[in-house]
Design a protein around this ligand. Structure first.
Ligand SMILES: O=P(O)(O)OC[C@H]1O[C@H](OP(=O)(O)OP(=O)(O)O)[C@H](O)[C@@H]1O
Ligand SMILES: O=C(O)c1cc(=O)[nH]c(=O)[nH]1
Length: 214
């Protein structure tokens, strides 16, 4: 595993974003670990996080996109810090994010930031993908705004779980929307790097036996 992946896992644990215990996912799965990116809470943490996303983007997507998009809510600080990190590296990409509730006064609308236009290649910056619901809700919002092209999806953690079939949800949404998908780390790398102890490791194994993708 590359050094930046180990550093990223350590960083998530130091901040308390990656924890082990009893949680329930949006899709109703009882999970022994959770990634709560809502716990990044200082400028320095966000700055480091943006650098990790920028590393993953430069290593996978390169510069082949026009706009970064962050799905509400937790995608909002993620897209802002990623745009700032890329700009520090000389790539000043546009960014936008959505409101969960449409606004009917003032400027109105659902999207905030860069105004999307036809042909633009949009890279989605998300926290995690579990069953793929959030991405299936996000893509229509983008397509309703303009005839954009999807440049890809980058998540901080690929939970490696089944979507509607046996494939991983991340691979499934990639196929469904004809876009490449990437993660900074995946659940198997987390398991390899973190010394979980026998009980947590057994719980993790049981969870992945039930929900893990092929
Ligand atoms: O792949 P899925 O099964 O959709 O699960 C992952 C999504 O679930 C959470 O979103 P949530 O709706 O809780 O959003 P928020 O906290 O960012 O508002 C998380 O932030 C991911 O976006
Ligand atoms: O599936 C989810 O709801 C989910 C999983 C996770 O690890 N983190 C998160 O914010 N949501």
């Amino acid at each position: 595993m590359e050094a930046y992946k180990r550093e990223f896992i350590d960083f998530m644990m130091e901040v308390g974003v990656l924890t082990f215990g009893d949680f329930t996912t949006k899709s109703g799965r009882k999970t022994p670990y959770f990634v709560n990116t809502g716990l990044y809470r200082s400028g320095s943490q966000l700055e480091r996080l943006g650098e990790f996303y920028a590393n993953a983007i430069q290593a996978s997507v390169g510069t082949d996109f026009d706009v970064l998009f962050g799905p509400a809510y937790k995608g909002i600080p993620l897209v802002v810090t990623t745009a700032m990190a890329l700009s520090r590296r000389g790539h000043d990409a546009a960014f936008c994010f959505n409101r969960k509730e449409a606004k009917d006064h003032g400027e109105g609308g659902v999207l905030v930031g860069h105004k999307l236009s036809a042909g633009e290649r949009v890279l989605i910056i998300e926290d995690v993908t579990t069953a793929g619901t959030s991405i299936r809700e996000t893509v229509p919002v983008l397509k309703a705004a303009a005839e954009i092209q999807l440049a890809g999806l980058v998540v901080s953690v690929d939970r490696g779980e089944k979507g509607t079939g046996t494939k991983s949800a991340l691979a499934e949404v990639g196929d469904e929307f004809a876009m490449p998908t990437f993660s900074i780390v995946n659940v198997h790398e987390i398991r390899e790097h973190v010394d979980l102890g026998a009980d947590d490791d057994a719980r993790m194994q049981a969870y992945l036996d039930q929900y893990g993708a092929e």
